[in-house]
Design a protein around this ligand. Sequence first.
Ligand code: ATP
Length: 334
Amino acid sequence: MPLSDAPARPRTASAAPDDAAPDADDAAVRVRGLVKRYDGRAVVDGLDLTAAQGAVTAVLGPNGAGKTTTIECCEGLRSPDGGTVRVLGLDPVADARRLRPRVGVMLQDGGLPTGVRALELLRHVAAMYAAPRPVDELAERLGLHGFARTTVRRLSGGQRQRVALAAAVVGRPEVVFLDEPSAGMDPQSRRAVWDLVRELRADGVAIVLTTHLMDEAADLADHVHVVDHGRVIASGSVRELTSADGAGPGSVRVEAAPGLDVTTLVEALAEPGADWTAAEPEPGVYTVTGPVSPAAVAAVTGWLAERGVLARSVTTGSRTLEDVFLDLTGRNLR
Ligand SMILES: Nc1ncnc2c1ncn2[C@@H]1O[C@H](COP(=O)(O)OP(=O)(O)OP(=O)(O)O)[C@@H](O)[C@H]1O
C-alpha cells in the first residue's frame, strides 16, 4: 500500500480521483483510469489526472512511480492498456497527426538527435511549424548562443536540456509536456526556464511537468498531482496540500527529548470535530498537523510540561511541499 509507511497524511490532500482539479470542460489534458503494463506488471494502475489550459500542472512522485509512463501515454508515445487519455479533446495515439503541431514535448533524456549542431537543430524544428517563435529570440532567452555550433553529442546535460526545451516550445504549442525540465541545470538556467514556463502560462498554454524539485513545483505549479505506485494519491494546489485546512498555518513543530509517545499528544489535542495527526519524523523532532490555534499550541506545550520535558523550540506554520510529499510517499528509498 502506498501509505503504509507514511507517518501522517495531510487531510487536505484529496484522494484520487482529483476532485480539486479543474473542470473537465477547460481541461487541456484529461486522463481517466489509465493503465499501462510492462511484462504483466501495472506500472500505471488506474490513474486520473487533469490539466487546465493556461495553468502549470506538476506531477510529482518517487522514482518509478509511473510519471514518465503517464506523460508518454499523453504524448502518444505509448499506447494505454486501459483507461482513456485525451489531449485537447483528441486521442494522442489515434489522432497523433492532428495533435503534433499543437503539442510540445520535452523528453526526460532530451531525446534529441546527437549529431546535429544545437542552433541548427532548433532552426530545423522551427521550420516544421506554420508560425514558429523567432529562433534567435528563443535561443537568446535560453542562452543557447554560447554553444550554438556545438553538436548535441558534445553538450553538457544542462545545455542539452535547454535545447530540448527550446525545441519543445518553438512551434507555439497549446500544450507542453516537460519531463523534469530543469534536471541538471545550473541556477541561472533554471530561472530562465521558470520564466519561460510562466510566460507560456500567461499566453494560455497548458504546461504539464514532472519534477523531483519541490521548490520548482511550489514556485510554478497551479495544480499538483502526487503519484505513487501508478496512481494519483493526492491532488490540489500547493496551498491546499500544505495547509491543514487549506487556509492557515497547519502544523506545529517541536524539538524536544526523543521517544515521546505521540499517541498521547494526539489525545491531548483532542477536541470535537478536529482531526489531528502527530509524528516524530526524526528523533526529537515532532510534527503535529491539524487546525492550529493558540489553544492547540498551549495543549502541545502542556503535554510536554506534564512529562517534565523542556522544548528546545516550538514553531507553527504551513508544512512545505517536501514535508507533504514525504508524508504521502514515505521515507523509504525506491
Ligand atoms: N519500457 C519499459 N519496460 C519495462 N519496464 C518499464 C519500461 N519503462 C518503464 N518501466 C518501469 O515502469 C516503472 C515506472 O517507470 P516511470 O519511468 O514511468 O517512472 P517515473 O515515475 O517517471 O520515475 P523517475 O522519477 O525515476 O523518472 C518503473 O518501475 C520502470 O522500471
